[in-house]
Design a protein around this ligand. Structure first.
Ligand code: PLP
Length: 511
């Protein structure tokens, strides 16, 4: 087993590195201006002048480059190695997509530019929306939402607008969500002012139809569902589920976080869904794991078209333009037209994959997940949640409860020990219906060698747990940062998210 050691740098914050008046970049024009004794403030248009200059660190260019290179070395990303973080679809993203996004034509356009000067950008947005409609079976898309959760929120606002239009909003106050759902589904429904009704899963890990029938009524606004679900199981009764919801006048929302498993094989529209969000930062080539910028476009069936956000990108046969004239729209839901660079990355990805490439995504992601699920569940201490008798789609959930009973090693310990072998940990303790859960999503971009290495690591960890659990209980050993104090790391009182917060805290500590 190859050993892994992450770089170790005791790196200060960039704010702690600067010296007064040290500069990283000289602008010749400014230097000349200062030498001539001209007042810079008079040269800058008033509306662009800041009242207070930003508090930036004063560091040289070399220092900045070294600082961020070192930080990157104590980080882990999908370009470093295997990253099977369940439900996050951390696939390898081809660099050609970044090259296009980083071109000046994309990088330097501005949302305030005249429409005639951004026809190419508008065409990209228009075309991508059409492709998404084709992929999902929806009528029309908005690209504005910035994340999956944002898409869900907008989707539930559209549900609201639809029932309001029909004069039923006062009574339709419940959104039904399965107990295997992602937490954002519940949060989005609640944020839009709905009551959440949770339906339990059955013994097969799918929606319990009898339970569903017992909770639907004329109070039902709709149902939110991801298919395949978070156990990686396809909801085979989806058509019946859709019928049950539509029969009581509700709408069906598709959480597209798991689209990677079905893209170009089956359309959510054909399953009966009325609203769909896609996570471009999963299926369409932007990494998801670190919480960076994303995009969660929302598509709807024709009946819900009037409620989509504005502006829309339209084409009149000659030119592309922004259309604000939709009085029933829920309004604008993001800065300008969405995260344009993420949109361009998805556009490039789809173009470069072509139909034949897109067709392979689901095939290989499902193959890889099932290969791993079978191999790992043969290893002592690990069991495939909800049994071996059904194929998984793109991901699967392993329970470590046997391992915990036998050795005291929990899912969290297994995840931390994984880091010592130079791979990212799986998602843990999710979905909450599985005891000691490890949720694993290998994606389509990993080779058989990488998958076999992963299986070897599981075998090794199993051996360690049964023979020498201490090594796992104290892991990680080979990473730049050892086990964190998790309470401290996530408590709002101790978490420092900005330099200003850090300074404030230092002040409090020295008082
Ligand atoms: C099943 C599921 N739904 C929704 C989301 C929310 O997506 P986002 O993180 O883009 O807000 C996630 C995120 O991982 C997810 O896995």
């Amino acid at each position: 087993m190859k050993r892994f050691h992450q770089a170790k740098w005791y790196e200060p914050l960039i704010f702690e590195m600067g010296y007064t008046n040290r500069r990283g970049f000289y602008v010749p024009f400014l230097d000349k201006t200062l030498k001539l004794g001209l007042d810079l403030k008079k040269l800058i248009p008033k509306e662009l002048l800041r009242r207070n200059p930003p508090n930036l660190p004063e560091v040289s260019e070399g220092k900045v480059v070294r600082h961020y290179t070192r930080l990157s070395q104590i980080n882990f990303g999908v370009d470093n190695g295997f990253y099977p973080l369940g439900s996050c679809t951390m696939k390898y993203n081809p660099k050609v997509n970044d090259a296009v996004v980083n071109s000046n034509k994309v990088h330097f356009i501005h949302p305030h530019q005249e429409e005639s000067t951004v026809q190419g950008a508008l065409e990209i947005m228009y075309t991508l929306s059409e492709w998404f409609s084709e992929i999902t079976g929806m009528h029309r898309f908005t690209l504005q939402p910035s994340a999956g959760a944002h898409g869900e929120f907008i989707g539930t606002l559209i549900m609201r607008a639809f029932h309001k239009e029909r004069g039923e909003l006062d009574t339709r106050e419940e959104i039904i969500i399965p107990d295997s759902a992602h937490g954002t589904n519940l949060a989005s429904a609640a944020m839009s002012g709905f009551k959440v009704v949770v339906v339990p899963s059955n013994e097969k890990g799918c929606v319990n139809l009898e339970a569903l029938k017992s909770v639907v009524s004329d109070r039902t606004c709709g149902l939110m569902l991801t298919n395949p679900n978070t156990l990686g199981l396809f909801e085979e009764n989806i058509l019946e589920i859709s019928q049950i919801i539509h029969d009581v006048g509700g709408l069906l929302y598709y959480d597209g976080a798991n689209l990677n498993a079905i893209v170009c094989k089956i359309k959510p529209g054909d399953m009966g869904f009325d609203i769909v969000h896609l996570n471009l930062h999963k299926t369409f080539s932007t990494p998801h794991g670190g919480g960076g910028p994303g995009a969660g476009p929302v598509g709807v069936v024709e009946e819900l078209d009037p409620f989509l956000p504005i502006p829309r990108v339209e084409f009149d046969g000659k030119r592309f333009y922004l259309d604000y004239n939709h009085p029933q729209s829920i309004g604008s839901v993001g800065g300008f037209y969405g995260n344009f660079e993420i949109i361009v990355r998805a556009f490039t990805y789809i173009l470069s994959m072509g139909i034949s490439g897109l067709n392979k995504i689901a095939e290989f992601s499902v193959l890889n997940a099932n290969y791993l699920a079978h191999k790992i569940s043969e290893i002592k201490g690990f069991n495939l949640a909800y049994g071996m008798n059904r194929l998984r789609k793109h991901e699967f959930v392993i329970s470590c409860s046997r391992l915990k009973v036998d050795t005291g090693v929990t899912a969290k310990h297994v995840a931390k020990r994984m880091l010592d072998y130079g791979i990212h940990a799986p998602t843990i303790y999710f979905p909450p219906i599985v005891d000691e859960a490890l949720m694993i999503e290998p994606t389509e971009t990993e080779s058989i060698e990488e998958l076999n290495r992963y299986v070897e690591i599981f075998s090794q960890i199993s051996k360690e747990a049964y023979m020498n659990p201490k090594i796992i209980l104290e892991a990680p050993h080979n990473t730049s940062i050892k086990a964190l104090d998790e309470v401290k790391a996530s408590h709002p009182r101790t978490m420092c998210l900005s330099w200003r917060m850090y300074k404030k805290q230092q002040k409090i500590n020295t008082m």
